[in-house]
Design a protein around this ligand. Structure first.
Ligand code: OAD
Length: 232
């Protein structure tokens, strides 16, 4: 079976009704990123940060995977597929993808604020118990915090993402502005002879001089085009 690795960003979930981050109307327009997505912001006002992610979680529970997620999942019928996502939603999993690496954490998980990466203290939230507040404690006695990789924090899953590229035949990028590292640097690890496709309705400045086939379309229509035009 040929191997496909797909790097996804916020644009993958846009058609499900989840806001992207950058640009006008993006999430970072409404909420200053340094307040809600950095360790300093969390220390300064943990209650505000917990509520920001409670709100994101409430929204996630109201939306569903889109056709693009479904097409990505269906590729597993014909390919060995790894999804490397910057998204903290679980829409790839809900669409049926079985091999998803979350570079920036997962919204439906919370963890210790003392040792965020210690799996022993990670707790999975459920739809009927999806919020956390000040005073909710992890098993190590520290305040529970969102299992999100904030700016300035390490990205431990990057190693798995790089490893997933071993033997890759096709690399696909969907719905990311490629602004955030190390995720955007994953492309540098893709062997030069491997075809790279980029699906995005807008111009994306690719941080590489390698050839990239651009499919200038939304995630769903772009996936249709990828499958019918390039993967057949
Ligand atoms: P951005 O908001 O930076 O970029 C979203 C991309 O999706 C843009 O290139 C859009 O053109 C594209 N897009 C919009 N609608 C689309 C559609 N229907 N189909 C496909 N693409 C579409 O989001 P990311 O690149 O994912 O990190 O941002 C990377 C990281 O920065 C996020 O994981 C988040 C953020 O700060 C953290 O919170 C740690």
């Amino acid at each position: 079976m040929k191997k496909i690795v797909i790097l996804t960003g916020a644009g993958m979930s846009a058609e499900s009704g989840i806001s992207v981050f950058r640009g006008s109307g993006g999430l970072w327009d409404e909420y200053p990123v340094e307040q809600v997505a950095t360790p300093e912001g969390y220390r300064a006002n943990p209650g505000l940060v917990l509520e920001f992610y409670n709100k994101r979680r409430r929204q996630l529970l109201e939306v569903a995977p889109n056709h693009g997620h479904e097409l990505v999942a269906a590729l597993e019928n014909d390919y060995d597929v790894t999804v490397v996502t910057q998204n903290v939603d679980d829409l790839h999993e809900r669409a049926g993808s079985s091999n998803v690496i979350h570079l920036h954490g997962e919204l439906m998980k919370v963890c210790s604020s003392r040792e965020p990466y210690n799996e022993n203290y990670v707790k999975i939230l459920t739809s009927d118990n999806a919020e956390i507040g000040l005073g909710d404690l992890a098993a190590d006695g520290s305040q529970l915090r969102p299992f999100i990789v904030w700016f300035g924090e390490a990205v431990p899953k990057m190693d798995d993402a790089v490893r997933s590229l071993s033997g890759v035949d096709v690399f696909v990028i969907i719905g990311t502005s490629l602004n955030v590292y190390p995720a955007a640097g994953l492309l540098d690890y893709v062997p030069r002879n491997v075809p790279v496709y980029l699906i995005d309705p807008n111009d994306v400045k690719v941080p590489s001089n390698r050839p990239v086939t651009v499919i200038r379309n939304g995630a769903s229509a772009g996936m249709e085009e990828l499958i019918t035009k390039y993967l057949k």
